[in-house]
Design a protein around this ligand. Structure first.
Ligand SMILES: [Zn+2]
Length: 217
């Protein structure tokens, strides 16, 4: 009985205080330094995504360690990983901070309300919020919103994804982004359709330029 209680308690505790590395399962850190070091690749690339002026990505999704950690972040509620991932985003963009001189604001790719409810949080918002605190750049949660529920992107092929994204974002309070440079945060870039559509809507609403900032592509 005692053992049973202990095991159950242990399971509950490990859910509340995850102490296993998201990459290698070693006890200690939520995402250990050795694993993080194995995830960095191609930190800067010219944006090939329509409507994006620049794109920064920490690593690539094909990296097994990184994709494991991102899946844990996305589906298993390991929101503590947002601390580590936002650190990586800061590291990534810091050398180029001079390009962002002047009025820069941070936005996140929004999740539908239904999806946010079922997951309890939106990983992109968590990242953007922490990134903005660490860089002292202003973050607005009330500008870019989902305007309709789109089918989960992972279940669709490339062409369908583009179509699926059509008209799925709206801009509230456009005065907040008028003539501003925007850093748009998301966790993963897959086809680029989501970031592209969001950037298009933001520019249409008066944004000066849009830089994409993601953990992996
Ligand atoms: Zn590890």
């Amino acid at each position: 009985m005692i053992t049973l209680i202990h095991t159950t308690l242990g399971k509950v505790l490990s859910l509340i205080f995850p102490d296993r590395c998201a990459g290698c399962d070693k006890n200690g850190d939520i995402f250990c330094k050795e694993c993080v070091n194995k995830t960095r690749k191609n930190p800067r690339s010219k944006a090939s995504v329509l409507f994006l002026d620049r794109l920064y990505h920490w690593g690539i999704y094909e990296n097994e360690i990184l994709s494991r950690a991102l899946r844990r972040f996305k589906y298993y509620g390991a929101s503590g990983l947002s601390d580590i991932f936002s650190d990586l985003l800061v590291k990534l963009i810091e050398p180029d901070m001079r390009f962002f001189a002047g009025k820069v604001i941070v936005l996140a790719i929004p999740a539908s309300i239904a999806r946010k409810k079922s997951r309890g949080y939106n990983q992109a918002e968590l990242l953007a919020e922490k990134f903005s605190k660490k860089t002292s750049l202003e973050y607005f949660a009330d500008v870019l919103i989902k305007s309709k529920n789109t089918t989960s992107q992972t279940s669709l092929a490339g062409r369908e994804r583009l179509f699926n994204q059509k008209d799925s974002f709206a801009v509230l309070n456009p005065e907040k982004i008028k003539n501003k440079k925007i850093i748009l945060v998301d966790d993963i870039l897959t086809t680029g359709a989501t970031l592209s559509e969001a950037a298009r809507v933001l520019k249409e609403a008066g944004a000066l330029e849009v830089t994409g900032l993601v953990v992996a592509k």
